[in-house]
Design a protein around this ligand. Structure first.
Ligand code: GLP
Length: 234
């Protein structure tokens, strides 16, 4: 595990964007595992800057996102598909057909979970980007009795609903469930890159140095052989 400390969100974002960009340079047809939330926005801005500067070509890149809310259509401005279009996909030359997220509106959610698990496994993710929730969740793997092995539907923790309500008009509008890669799905990525701001310092410490337990889902990253964590002090 490599821990890199940066002073500011901007510095963390530039470094994170450079590592993601380096992956694209090294392997132009790589598979990137992507995340949503406030944490990766600056890293996506850095990727867009590199693309606009002529340094990166996304024409062969494939992406899989960690998760999607249940019940929000792709056009909803809080869906994770919308987020990805707004912050990255719509700003670089990635092909839309090479970008994948779970379908949060699938009629048969179980079948959708199985389809997405197979898709992610088939992609062999080269580099998986992660944020972390205040309760240690990664993707939408909330604290639980067991580590989920595969893509599954999850009931969101009250604290997650509250935290994410800042982005919705009303608390009632926040979806109560989501489809997420399981911890097992995430750990299959060849490399993992986690970013976290100062408000996550305590949970990052627990996850990286505490016991490996499904009560702190991110602690499972200790079981992976190639994890880089970038934290910002402010
Ligand atoms: C959401 C996402 C996670 C993300 C987390 C933290 O619930 N499902 O993938 O890491 O929140 O978000 P933020 O970076 O906004 O704190």
């Amino acid at each position: 595990m490599r821990l890199l400390e940066k002073n500011t969100y901007e510095e963390m974002s530039v470094l994170c964007g450079r590592i993601l960009g380096a992956q694209v340079l090294l392997k132009p047809d790589c598979a990137l595992g992507l995340a949503t939330g406030s944490s990766p926005i600056g890293a996506y801005e850095e990727l867009v800057r590199q693309y606009e500067g002529g340094l990166l070509d996304f024409s062969q890149v494939r992406t899989v996102n960690l998760d999607e809310y249940c019940g929000l259509k792709a056009e909803h401005n809080q869906s994770y598909r919308y987020f990805m279009e707004e912050h990255l996909f719509g700003k670089v030359n990635i092909k839309k057909e090479n970008t994948f997220l779970p379908d949060g509106c699938a009629g048969d959610v179980e079948a959708e979970c199985a389809r997405y698990e197979e898709l992610v496994a088939g992609m062999q993710v080269d580099l998986q980007l992660l944020g972390i929730g205040h309760n240690g969740h990664i993707g939408f793997n909330e604290p639980a009795e067991d580590f989920a092995a595969q893509v599954h539907q999850v009931k969101l923790a009250e604290s997650t609903i509250k935290a994410n309500s800042r982005l919705f008009k009303r608390m009632e509008d926040v979806p109560r469930s989501a489809v997420t890669m399981g911890i097992g799905t995430i750990l299959k990525a060849k490399k993992i890159l986690l970013i976290a701001g100062p408000d996550k310092a305590d949970i990052v410490e627990k996850a990286l140095y505490g016991p490996v337990t499904p009560q702190v889902p991110a602690s499972a990253l200790q079981l992976h052989g190639d994890v880089t964590v970038i934290i910002s002090k402010q």
